[in-house]
Unconditional design. Structure first.
Length: 109
């Protein structure tokens, strides 16, 4: 029996964000290109950085941090609470532009 290939971590994160937010795939975007017509509410995420822990001078553990942004017209959207409840997730900042509220989080995944 051949081993089942594992999904890349980013695709696992995509699925997690879809399930957590309750939004369809079309409203959860990884690094959307300029000119992408988005439907709101939406979740946008991108790779922010990677952190490596060392043991005995060798890489021991590597974690990737993603910037996750919840974008919604509703300032009281429940999606922000669902994302904030994910493990290793911390709130970074909020801002508004073009009548849309942006809730920015850092998520290690």
């Amino acid at each position: 029996m051949e081993p089942v290939p594992s999904l890349p971590r980013r695709l696992l994160l995509q699925t997690l964000l879809e399930e957590t937010s309750g939004l369809p795939e079309a409203q959860v975007h990884f690094q959307p290109p300029n000119g992408t017509q988005m439907v709101y509410p939406a979740v946008v995420y991108s790779l922010a950085r990677a952190e490596t822990q060392f043991a005995d001078n060798l890489p021991y553990r590597r974690a990737q941090a993603y910037t996750v942004t919840v974008i919604d017209e509703d300032p009281d959207t429940g999606i922000r609470d669902e994302i904030a409840a994910l493990p290793y997730c911390s709130f970074d900042r909020w801002y508004a532009t073009d009548g849309l509220n942006h809730y920015v989080y850092t998520l290690f995944f």
